[in-house]
Design a protein around this ligand. Structure first.
Ligand code: NAD
Length: 470
């Protein structure tokens, strides 16, 4: 049985949790179920390891991150098989998450350095700006991209000189726990600790007084609770929460040319991504043509369990989310016209067909809320100023995109969106070197790039008065 990594040792618990394959609802594994004792143990280990890790050179820390990335790459096949089992997703998608994203973020932050800056230097004084690590980081991870999201928190936290305790999501702990086991030989004891456990373990971790910073990806509701938990000791907080990204197709766009990419960015990971297309606004002149194209791609795609080599899209990852997606399906049916999908298959597994709904508008639940599943609403517009205002009239502001034959004109419109990332003729283009900010209620703070390293540091100003002759 796979175990947790605490203080460099592999740790089991008396209680266990089931890991379910969402493509057939079978149990694929049992994993430890951390209680408060294991959380405290992990925080104590991170605390003990902190001074030596903080004082290690950036080069030495970078070398550990490179070794961790190498472990990911060396064990890619095994890790991908586990991820396919616990998420039901196709193998290609598991490979993308682990080889490209997880290893990519570890390698990127391994090479990043923050040099001290001299702010003022004259005959009387020198003022320097330094960035110091914060201490112990608590990372709480969701189920939709579990390995990538764990690594995009571990990498900057460690690079900056912090130690970390990671709490995996209750329904997808398996691959990350296994990675922790494989890292046992390359990471100094206590620098990285990986726990599996329920929401209570997460709540205990984020309220622990020894934790200096919380980094969280997940639902907006949990994000609010985490901000509250941070307040007694004023912990730093980075939150990556929900999104309801708008994509706007301008009247000059070539429908046939852009439809494949719009389809791919709307249904990526069966819609279970924070920053993919969740509201597709199409100009009146192209509306019918675009609806038909997207519906054709959806109808022609194979939704199946990840072990089926022909699978292009997997199931919804867990039963609770599946039930939510079914509610969204019912409200989509009630408010619009379903032109692809909509009918649930017989048999086991949390499968929802790729569903496209047209003739919907703001005020309909399927437009105002994120289904976090494979349902795309397509909305008609006629006026650019009006559609920009409608795209911005959301509490979320994670990503957004403009689609046009004139990329520069589209870029000007993209900059009028309020989201953290705005793209032209693409969506959700993630890159470790590029910051990924969350605006409005999509979160607070930023991950990725050098900007994503700063939130794992505290600024320190050194101000030296130079001795003067009497
Ligand atoms: P969640 O926010 O309930 O859980 C995410 C993580 O937080 C899990 O590890 C969970 O155990 C932990 N957690 C829960 N309560 C906690 C608390 N009080 N203190 C500390 N940790 C706590 O999200 P979920 O149930 O996994 O998904 C629900 C919704 O979240 C989805 O419908 C979707 O809209 C959204 N979601 C967003 C993202 C994203 O990338 N932004 C990812 C997954 C889910």
């Amino acid at each position: 049985m796979v175990k947790m990594l605490i203080d460099g040792a592999l740790v089991d618990t008396a209680r266990h949790m089931d890991v379910i394959d969402p493509s057939d609802e079978s149990r694929v594994a049992q994993v430890p179920d951390a209680g408060t004792a294991e959380v405290d143990q992990a925080v104590a280990a991170a605390k003990k390891a902190y001074p030596a890790w903080r004082d290690a050179t950036p080069e030495a820390r970078g070398a550990v991150l490179v070794a961790m990335a190498q472990v990911v790459t060396d064990n890619l096949d095994e890790l991908c098989q586990l991820l396919v089992q616990e998420t039901g997703r196709p193998l290609g998608l598991a490979q993308f998450e682990i080889a490209h994203l997880a290893a990519g973020y570890l390698n990127y932050y391994a090479g990043l350095r923050i040099a001290p800056e001299i702010l003022v230097e004259d005959d009387t004084r020198r003022v320097e700006q330094h960035r110091k690590p914060l201490g112990i980081v608590a990372a709480v991870v969701p189920w939709n991209a579990p390995v990538y999201i764990a690594c995009n928190k571990i990498a900057p936290a460690l690079a900056a000189g912090n130690t970390i305790v990671v709490k995996t999501a209750p329904s997808t702990p398996l691959t990350t726990l296994r990675l922790g086991e494989l890292w046992q030989d390359v990471v100094p004891a206590g620098v990285v600790n990986i726990l599996s456990g329920g929401n209570e373990a997460g709540a205990h971790l984020v309220s622990h007084p020894d934790v200096a910073k919380i980094t969280f990806t997940g639902s907006t509701g949990t994000g609010r609770k985490i901000m509250e938990a941070a307040s007694p000791t004023l912990k730093r907080v980075t939150l990556e929460l929900g999104g309801n990204d708008a994509a706007i197709v301008l009247p000059d766009a070539d429908v046939k040319a852009i439809a494949p990419a719009i389809f791919a960015f709307a249904f990526f990971n069966s819609g279970q991504v924070c920053a993919i297309i969740k509201r597709l606004y199409v100009h009146d002149s192209l509306y019918d043509a675009m609806c038909a194209e997207i519906a054709a791609y959806a109808t022609g795609s194979k939704v199946a369990g990840g072990r089926d080599p022909e699978a292009q899209f997997g199931p919804v990852q867990n039963k609770a989310q599946y039930d939510k997606v079914l509610d969204y399906l019912a409200s989509a049916r009630a408010s619009g016209t379903i032109i692809a999908g909509g009918e649930l298959p017989d048999g086991r597994g949390y499968f929802v067909p790729l569903t496209v709904v047209r003739d919907v508008k703001e005020g309909d639940v399927i437009v105002d809320e994120e289904p976090f599943g494979p349902i795309l609403p397509i909305i008609r517009y006629t006026d650019i100023d009006d559609v920009v205002a409608r795209a911005n009239a959301s509490p979320y502001a994670l990503g957004g995109s403009i689609w046009s034959n004139d990329a520069e004109a589209a870029a000007k419109i993209a900059l009028r969106l309020e989201s953290g990332s705005v793209w032209v003729n693409q969506h959700c283009a993630l890159d470790p070197a590029v910051p990924f900010p969350a605006n409005k209620q999509s979160g607070s703070g930023v991950e990725g790039g050098l900007e994503g390293l700063y939130p794992y540091t505290a600024l320190q100003i050194l101000n030296i008065a130079k001795p003067q002759a009497a």
